[in-house]
Design a protein around this ligand. Sequence first.
Ligand code: C5P
Length: 426
Amino acid sequence: MSEANKKRILIAISGGIAAYKTAELVRKLKKDDFEVRVCMSRAACEFITPLTMQALSGNPVHTDLLDPTAEAGMGHIELARWADMIMIAPASANIMAKLAHGIADDLTTTLCLASEAPLHLAPAMNRIMWQNPATRANAELLAERGITLHGPASGEQACGESGAGRMLEAAELADIIRRQFATNNRNNNNDDDDDDENDSDDDKVLSNPLENKQVLITAGPTREAIDPVRFISNRSSGKMGYALAEAARDLGAHVTLISGPVALEAPQGVTVLAVESAQEMHQKALQQAQSADIFIATAAVSDYAPKQQATQKIKKQAQEITLELTQNPDILSDVSRQYPSLFTVGFAAETEKLIKHAEDKLKRKKLDMIVANPVGDNQGFDQDTNQVEIIWDQGQLSLPEQAKSALAKEIMQIVSQRFANHPILV
Ligand code: C5P
């Protein structure tokens, strides 16, 4: 590929032991014929040397915001304009906090603020730092602004602990970057009919309607507080929604999962926004739906919540007490009404009249598709397998009982096909 046609990726390294993986990432990107430039924070230079990154990227490494020699070559504003994409890997808790607040006190943060290129982050940090409410809030804020977070993964950490905080592997990040640029190629191809003879790898990407689409999924149960220690909830495990998130990610989509409390690990490469109550899920879903292409509601949202939440633990005194409940908002209905161009998929868990109830919901909630599954009698909720009927305006399809992960792949294929025929896209 000629120099002019090469895609330009700026890899920014912040301080973290995972920086060693970034060396491999840069090597892979070079091998894939990307033009790679690297900038490193001071702390990053403690973990891996600029010389290593220079040798691997084939370009001088940028470390200082106001270095006269660097500015004489490619200044920071020029570098910000140069990039087709910026990937911060590893992204420390510190750099996430700075980005969330628009701080520009070093080269990387200034570049990010000055660039219009898509910004991607591969967070890596100690698991407690990742779980810290400050980091959670920063991650959410960044995701809401259209910055894409990939990972972190769970497992053994360099600090000796185990949990979520490991940076994704170089191969996974290289794959994410390739997909991003495949979409750019697709856009260029659409603009220019003369490019029809481009290589077949791009054609493969073109045939995948979910590539780089934003998929929003709700999953798990909600908890409706009665008092500070008690709540109303249900048996949903979140397994179906999490499996769908992984299947959508594997089809190249950017996935955001709004999850009620579940005992599942965050899928790699998926942005998970944790919520508790239906009200919180409702608010997050409406906000996130603004930038989504597809909305899939698998959450088992509590239909009712206590009318009042006691501020103190309710004491055991009277023989009988009455709990007054009030109806929760219907998240799926509200999203489909507020964003009519969004492709919406609902789930209907039914103990009887499966098809009839599902068809009613398809119409009532103004959906593009509904996935109906029988529940009760050890079916559906909290199980590893499921069987479903998929219904849309002019079609219906049965998928036999199988593992939720396999089922999720099949459902996503159908979503993908129906989405491609969605009138808005034509
Ligand atoms: O009306 P029903 O609860 O059976 O509808 C099920 C579908 O609607 C599921 O897709 C579920 O996630 C969604 N739903 C919702 N908000 C509610 C209730 C259900 O998004 N309050």
